[in-house]
Design a protein around this ligand. Sequence first.
Ligand code: ASP
Length: 582
Amino acid sequence: MLRSNTCGELRIEDVNKTVTLSGWVQKIRDKGGLIWIDLRDRYGITQLLLEEGRSDANVIEKARQLGREFVIQAKGEVIERVSKNPKIPSGEIEIDLAEINILNASKTPPFTIEDETDGGEELRMKYRYLDLRRNPLMKNLALRNRLSIETRKYLDSQSFFEIETPYLIKSTPEGARDFVVPSRMNEGQFYALPQSPQTFKQLLMVAGYDKYYQLVKCFRDEDLRADRQPEFTQIDCEMAFVEQDDILNTFEGLVKYLFKEVKGVDIEKLPHMTYAEAMQKYGSDKPDIRFGMEFVELNELAQGKGFKVFDESELIVGINAEGCGNYSRKQLDKLTDFVRKPQIGARGLVYVKCNEDGSFKSSVDKFFDQEALKIWAEKLNAKAGDLMLVLSGEADKSRKQLNELRLEMGERLGLRDPKNYKPLWVVDFPLLEWDEDSKRFHAMHHPFTSPKTEDIEMLESHPGSVRANAYDLVINGVEIGGGSIRIHDRSLQKQMFTHLGFSEQEAQDQFGFLMNAFEYGAPPHGGIALGFDRLVALFAGQDSIRDFIAFPKNNSGRDVMIDSPSPIADNQLDELGLKVVK
Ligand code: ASP
């Protein structure tokens, strides 16, 4: 080894030891008579010291040739520091340098390798290997490593098998576009990269591997956002001979185990909330239940009083923002602007301030007297000093808009503490979802999800009302994962494909292999997949997953470091039987 110790481990107890460290030069301070070098590696920083007159003149000369990020080997004795630095664990000692070997020189990096860097996003992505040297990123990847190890430990303890499934497959419809790979040996034909190993894990159940998991890359060609990457990692699982509750209990166990082992946090029993309830009370299928502020519907109280906006609305729905009754005109205008932003799209915002003296001041005083507003307040459980905020319009839209406003108010009121974790299961999702563009129903989860037995009879008459045995794990308003009990019966699966608009031929061409497998003893089964990158980011209390992935893509799906995607040579195209249309 080119070192006896790391740059993070030496302490006051090590004084008088002769050690060899290797690492990167973080900083050099040359104060004439004294030279200090901060040497950094993955484990921390140790200060090296040279003193004119006392240290070897050749070593001093070598030190004066060093620049930032040079890779060096440093030998010397651990000594107690005169002025200690309580901010770093090795701050009580330094190394009295006896020897320096330059292992490699370095150009001056394009940005500082410090916790707070001066590098912009694009530059840091281009030099990702330098950005990864920074402490915050190392911490993120260490957390990722910890979580993957603990996940494997837990699943192993529950007798799960980790089995790899192929990356070169055929398209699996999970709602997104596929990335495709041309096949040289089969000209004109393409593989697809898996959006998830869905069909393979179901086939493993047919094969009798009754508890499968995999930490697996999945690929989806979607527009990117802060919490999305074209390739991302899932904790993908499937179990046979189970019902929904068995899966929920097993993965509730995983969630609790991870929080306990990795963060030392005890998580209470996860509540179950139906999709219908989540939409009604929070306007979202991923409710943030760290705080209440539940929706209250006001149609009965607010309609028929001559206020046209309300009278023409399908839904009038409000929340109570506790303690916000003293909001100024300006603050209220800002909230109105917030809900009117095009991304949210409300037409306006009705407010009712509950004054300290028991009276009310509202934006609809013309239509609602004090008595009427008092009844609203009772319904919304608003007290003196509170602020009622009301939206109206089409039901679905108003709920979605109020969800945004609720989250914004929760944020303003400090009710969304990232260190407070409130996971829950959202259950009973609809099986199908109407798609306006294609004018047909799509599977809300995926086409292999089973309908609730008692709802099957509505498949023909009210397809939109059929509920699925499908569930999501939601933590602090973030959808961490989802899954379902699957169809394991060939004829029901065939019927599902028909409902989803597949012709018999299309279903056979795309999923014949799965339906055939169902004829050879498919056990009842179900599973779940958790977004691993999101889970890691959540454990670190952050929204963006990018800094929890070693080499992520930018917003245009590009890797600016290796400059990909990129054109390929004409002969490569020829070999693949592809032509470029110029
Ligand atoms: N394959 C699904 C997904 O990626 C998860 C599942 O149903 O197990 O969302």
